[in-house]
Ligand binder design. Structure first.
Ligand code: HEC
Ligand code: HEC
Ligand code: HEC
Ligand code: HEC
Length: 405
């Protein structure tokens, strides 16, 4: 899919004496009913992570990103003991920044958004969290994509010189925030910007790898973005460089057409070997379950009433009743689609317990190979390290006992 889109972009390019022109594609047909798009955004609760969906904002108690930001900034209310706050601040690394979906139609291609929602992959190398793999079908994805990118758009084009753009790219320090995998980009000079270290770190974490920009963006919008980033990403954080139209166009042509070397194929890692030493429940609990899984799989009274989407449902998922906040909760297993409780600890015919299977599936998803019928965990977060997976696997193989039994 991505390859086809890239080829289409090349086919629309014209070049003349080092100047390349890229034409915008036609706007996809308007949606039959915008109400359906809005209803889907609400059903999948996209606004629990993203701003700019056009839906009313959700309460802090349910907003994954806002609450994490309040904890990090120390403005969380009601006040909690300083030691608790410090521990929380140290623990929360994910979902503190998420790109806004405001005015997506001014920049992203509808076809790309549709394909991405069905098969999300990492775009921002420093963000850690990725867009979660939700239970969307192709109709949902198309409707959401059309709705999010809807709006008036003038078909236009951009003409510039990629070699000049490449030189500007190095001189302006674009690479101090952006990775550009597979491109031959010059070494980055310091960017001529006055940002505080915090502002800089935030901008870096939200800066996409420019490798996929040619698949994602409407060509003329890249030049518009470089002249005035707020016009295309109204609540974005890329600073303005005050570029002339000519410089912006040269940079856009460089970003959109410079040759890209193929990336090394990512292989699914081998299953981590079990540990030779005894593993205690308390270690599994503190290093894995409480650390990473707990917040989506917790007691319904934690954090002011939420039980977590993997327990009570959310993001369009039915309640699956997986409570990883205690041994008893884990032992109680998962609700099957037919409403029966199934064990997460009993190994299947392949010798792998369901609790371990979801962890291995996340490793596979990261390598671009999703496992049929298994959603990788932690959902939308980096796979656990091999030694953490080995820890869970070993504990189960040793009898999945609580400490002292
Ligand atoms: C758990 C939080 C979460 C939820 C819920 C969520 N997203 Fe995302 N989404 C993310 C994160 C994190 C990223 C950035 C990923 C990256 O850059 O690799 C993202 C990226 C995106 C992007 C790409 C935007 C860009 O500028 O690159 C789109 C489009 C998107 N999400 C749409 C949706 C839609 C539509 C929904 C609801 C159906 C949704 N998201 C639900 C976390 C979430
Ligand atoms: C009311 C505040 C609040 C809300 C809402 C909230 N969180 Fe958290 N989250 C926290 C706190 C506090 C921690 C740290 C807890 C600890 O480690 O003791 C945390 C930790 C986490 C962690 C583990 C640390 C990390 O960065 O990997 C994940 C994952 C997580 N939350 C995901 C979510 C998701 C997904 C949502 C939305 C469905 C959400 N949270 C909503 C307060 C919140
Ligand atoms: C201080 C960090 C920073 C610097 C320096 C920076 N950018 Fe960005 N850039 C961002 C962020 C963050 C975004 C995401 C949109 C936003 O939040 O404004 C972005 C978005 C983009 C995009 C859209 C990419 C996509 O796939 O969504 C392009 C193209 C781009 N920048 C090009 C450049 C160029 C060219 C330069 C040098 C002139 C540059 N950037 C310098 C932070 C930066
Ligand atoms: C961002 C939220 C989130 C995080 C973090 C998360 N989960 Fe989940 N988990 C979910 C959701 C949502 C479901 C239900 C998915 C479905 O029904 O397809 C789920 C389902 C599960 C299931 C049941 C799978 C099945 O279909 O039988 C297991 C097991 C599980 N999670 C384990 C974990 C473990 C272990 C971790 C930590 C390493 C973790 N989860 C972290 C959201 C999360």
């Amino acid at each position: 899919m991505v390859v086809l889109v890239a080829l289409a972009a090349v086919a629309r390019a014209r070049s003349h004496r080092g100047e390349v022109t890229l034409d915008d594609a036609a706007h996809p047909p308007a949606m039959a009913s915008g109400d359906e798009g809005r209803a889907l955004l609400a059903r999948f609760e996209c606004n629990r992570c993203h701003d700019g969906t056009g839906l009313a904002s959700v309460a802090r108690e349910r907003h994954c990103v806002r609450c994490h930001q309040e904890v990090h900034q120390g403005t969380f209310t009601p006040p909690v003991p300083a030691a608790t706050l410090a521990r929380w601040q140290q623990h929360i690394v994910h979902l503190r920044e998420v790109p806004s979906l405001a005015a997506l139609g001014s920049r992203l291609r509808s076809e790309w958004v549709e394909a991405y929602l069905l098969a999300p992959h990492a775009l921002r190398p420093e963000l850690g969290a990725t867009m979660p793999r939700l239970a969307l079908n192709t109709h949902d994805a198309r409707t959401l994509a059309r709705w999010l990118t809807e709006g008036p758009r003038v078909r236009a084009s951009v003409t510039g010189n990629g070699a000049r753009g490449r030189t500007r790219y190095g001189a302006l320090g674009c690479g101090t925030c952006h990775q550009f995998s597979g491109a031959s980009a010059p070494a980055a000079a310091p960017a001529p910007l006055s940002l505080t270290p915090d502002e800089f770190a935030r901008a870096r974490s939200l800066a996409p790898d420019l490798r996929s920009t040619r698949d994602r963006w409407i060509p003329s919008a890249v030049a518009a973005h470089l002249m005035n980033p707020r016009a295309t990403v109204p609540d974005g954080v890329m600073p303005s460089f005050g570029l002339s139209a000519g410089d912006a166009a040269d940079l856009a042509i460089f970003v959109l057409t410079t040759p890209l070397a193929p990336l090394a194929t990512r292989h699914v890692p081998p299953r981590p070997a079990r540990l030779a030493r005894p593993v205690r429940w308390s270690e599994v609990e503190s290093r894995v379950l409480r650390r990473t899984c707990w917040h989506c799989h917790s007691e319904p009274d934690f954090a002011r009433g939420e039980g977590g989407v993997g327990n009570v449902g959310g993001f369009g998922f039915a309640p699956r009743g997986v409570n990883l906040a205690s041994y008893e909760g884990l032992y109680a297993g998962v609700l099957s689609p037919t409403g029966e409780r199934e064990s997460l600890l009993r190994p299947g015919p392949d010798g792998v317990a369901p609790l371990v299977r979801v962890l291995l599936a996340r490793q596979a998803e990261e390598a671009g190979a999703r496992v049929e019928g298994v959603r990788g965990m932690p959902l939308g977060l980096p796979a656990l390290a091999p030694d953490e997976i080995a820890l869970v696997d070993t504990w189960i193989a040793q009898g999945a006992r609580v400490d002292g039994e």
